[in-house]
Write a protein of this length. Structure first.
Lengths: 381, 319
């Protein structure tokens, strides 16, 4: 499978759908029952559904989120509420209903959900098998399947655990794909840990090398790094919690909280910067701006506004999707070695742009700075 | 778990910028509770109402509110808390405060930094009332008033007890009983409510259950999750009745008992009959004794029978 890019659907899923259908950004969607109730998913066009996967998101099976509960097979909605001790007796019915739903709606593949377990338990695989995997495997028969697994950074960094995961994933003959996401706890928006990134790239190379297709979910800019390791699928999302995996999202109500300050993606910095910082660069250092900003109609509209756009307006996200689509188009056709070379070149240019911004006395807010550049270069070395 | 601090308040205000914190109402191992109110003119310009949300807008009209903040809980524990708040939403019992809002905050939207611990915030109606803690002395020797009060508590709890998911309050105590100026009883704090038979979030075994020892039933102390049910609330009401009528705790032989000694007494020592320590009718004493039986199966069979027995006592005392 060639290098691919999917929308990680989140709050205001319509932006992802429009970006895919109207702007031809991305190769499909990873649908999110947390953010899309059942009827919203059913109303998608058959063409969009066929290009997309539906992740049942059983990560926190006791989640109370109303949209998740609109799916009759979500564990919390079964038998008056999820209980670890009794769920097993319902697992087969849940599996059948969930598979039927995915099959009837014609998604690209059938996704087998698992639970998010944040400890390296010796019986981790047993727990996953007892929870859903055995029941789904049995109910799916010979249908090709995709296993959805959320792991911790420690699981990827531990070579022994990683091998156990690989052995487990490759033990099912009809499993064709793995949809993997990781919870990497950090205080920065971009991953700045070269060792972790290297471990990820090793792991992803191993998965693809084993013959499984791989989709890495909830990626921020590091998705471009992973694209140098193997022909895999990575993701792009609008709100930050679609670019960093955390089980917290199964507890939060996004519409009912104060949003963060608006940010804009600057492809030449390979980073998101606060919108007001971007305006400062644009005004005070137009030559650097021309190098780091890849214009799109959406961003132009946002930059022309008299007032700063808020985080919950679509322009800045659709701009990001177009920038990512353009980056993907350049990368997809290149060999892995060329991708590494190209990415290294982009990172060196970003590093130089950051240095020039500093020389101009333009101080960016912490997360918009270039703290990710050196670790990414190190991971590529 | 949180303590009131300038940092906690700053994080809370960043998430809810129109909140004015008035004072700390309570701090426990589980959470901080504040009294406060909202001021619409403090809403920042970037918080704009839309078709999905009126976040902060119009909240001023709620008047005084109770703001409960839990920090650092695990996702499973938070999911349990959300279950509890959804119980309030679902049942909307007349004798519980109205839940106005609840959410989990993981980022400070002003600094755009991740909060050191996620804050689970719920906002409830402030009930103009007095807690039973402040009026306990008025009940001493007045069995009729105590029975009236306990009927009020039972009426508040019946929607929980009779719910198909068989909820249990598990923390009936004077601090959680409010009395409105009209005399109406309001039960607060669903903080440790649980469904009968659910595995729950605490570890198994003695000493691991969340409880207030003075009012805990033996099965709560033993953390015997299969046995904890509405009858655990009956036990707490029995202890409450005993204390109110005679002014003494049924299992505290002296003021210096430590927790272990008290827990052991609750689990294995029968209370001295109420009729021996207070001037009270034998049937009232027997009823209280019935509620405080060590084995749950020996207590009233169901909530209806419990209320019926209380009502009969009330009628007998009136005649």
């Amino acid at each position: 499978m060639p290098l691919r890019l999917l929308h990680q659907v989140g709050h205001n899923s319509i932006w992802n759908v429009e970006s895919f259908q109207e702007d031809q950004c991305g190769d499909g969607l990873i649908l999110s029952p947390l953010h899309q109730n059942m009827s919203t998913v059913e109303r998608l066009t058959p063409g969009t559904r066929a290009a997309s996967i539906f992740d049942p998101q059983f990560f926190l099976p006791s989640s109370q989120k109303p949209k998740l509960l609109s799916y009759p097979f979500f564990p919390q909605g079964v038998d008056g509420g999820f209980q670890t001790s009794t769920f097993n007796s319902h697992a087969r019915d849940v599996a059948e209903a969930c598979i039927r739903f995915q099959r009837d709606l014609g998604f690209r593949t059938i996704v087998v959900p698992t639970r998010f377990i944040d400890q390296l338990y010796s019986d981790y695989i047993d727990r996953q098998r007892r929870f859903t995997v055995d029941a789904f495997m049995e109910a799916a028969g010979d249908s090709p399947l995709c296993l959805s697994v959320a792991v911790t950074a420690a699981m990827i960094e531990d070579p022994v655990f990683r091998t156990r995961l690989l052995n487990w994933m490759t033990s099912y003959p009809n499993l064709e794909e793995v949809y993997l996401m990781y919870q990497h706890t950090r205080d920065s928006k971009q991953v700045q840990d070269a060792d972790f990134l290297r471990a990820c790239m090793d792991f992803f190379r191993e998965i693809v090398g084993s013959g499984l297709a791989l989709t890495v979910g909830y990626t921020n800019g590091e998705g471009m790094l992973f694209a140098t390791a193997a022909d895999l699928t990575f993701t792009m999302g609008s709100f930050e919690n679609t670019r960093i995996f955390s089980v917290d999202k199964f507890l939060q109500s996004e519409g009912e909280r104060r949003g963060p300050k608006a940010r804009i993606y600057l492809a030449g910095l390979m980073n998101w910067v606060q919108f007001q910082d971007a305006q400062t660069i644009r005004t005070r250092a137009p030559a650097i701006w021309a190098r780091v900003y890849e214009p799109t109609e959406y961003a132009e509209r946002a930059l022309a506004l008299a007032v700063e756009p808020t985080f919950n307006q679509p322009q800045l996200y659709k701009h990001f999707f177009e920038n990512m689509q353009a980056q993907l188009a350049n990368t997809r056709v290149a060999s892995l070695a060329d991708r590494r070379r190209m990415l290294r070149g982009c990172l060196e240019q970003a590093k130089s742009a950051y240095a020039q911004l500093q020389a101009h006395g333009i101080e960016l807010e912490r997360h918009g700075r270039g703290g990710h550049i050196d670790p990414w270069l190190e991971a590529l070395a | 778990m949180p303590n009131d601090s300038p940092q906690l308040r700053a994080n809370l205000i960043a998430c809810l910028p129109s909140l004015v914190i008035e004072e700390v109402a309570a701090e426990s191992g589980q959470r901080v509770v504040y009294f406060g109110h909202f001021e619409d003119d403090q809403i920042p310009v970037d918080v704009v109402p839309d078709e999905h949300s009126n976040f902060l807008h119009g909240w001023q009209q709620w008047g005084r509110v109770v703001v409960k903040v839990v920090a650092g809980a695990s996702p499973d524990a938070l999911a349990r808390l959300q279950t509890e708040t959804s119980i309030l939403e679902e049942l909307r019992p007349a004798n519980f405060p109205t839940l106005r809002y609840c959410n989990l905050f993981v980022d400070n939207p002003v600094t755009d930094e991740r909060l050191p611990e996620g804050l689970y915030v719920s906002i409830e109606e402030f009930v103009i009332s007095t807690t039973l803690t402040n009026t306990m002395a008025a009940y001493e020797g007045n069995a009729q008033a105590v029975i009236e009060l306990c009927l009020g508590i039972a009426n508040a709890l019946i929607p929980l007890w009779s719910h198909p998911r068989r909820f249990v309050h598990r923390d009936i105590k004077p601090e959680n009983i409010l009395i409105r100026p009209t005399g109406e009883v309001v039960v607060i704090d669903l903080g440790i409510v649980r469904e009968t038979g659910r595995a729950g979030i605490t570890q198994e075994g003695w000493g691991n259950a969340p409880l207030t020892l003075d009012y805990a039933a033996p099965e709560q102390i033993a953390n015997d999750k299969d046995a904890i049910c509405f009858k655990s609330d009956f036990f707490a009401i029995g202890v409450l009745m005993y204390r109110l009528i005679c002014g003494k705790h049924p299992f505290r032989r002296d003021a210096h008992m430590n927790n272990f000694e008290l827990a052991t007494a609750i689990e294995s020592t029968p209370a001295q009959p109420l009729s021996e320590v207070a001037e009270v009718a034998e049937d009232v004493s027997n009823f209280v004794d019935w509620l405080m039986r060590k084995a749950p199966w020996q207590r009233p069979r169901n909530p209806a029978l419990f209320v019926q027995a209380l009502t009969e006592l009330k009628l007998r005392m009136e005649t």
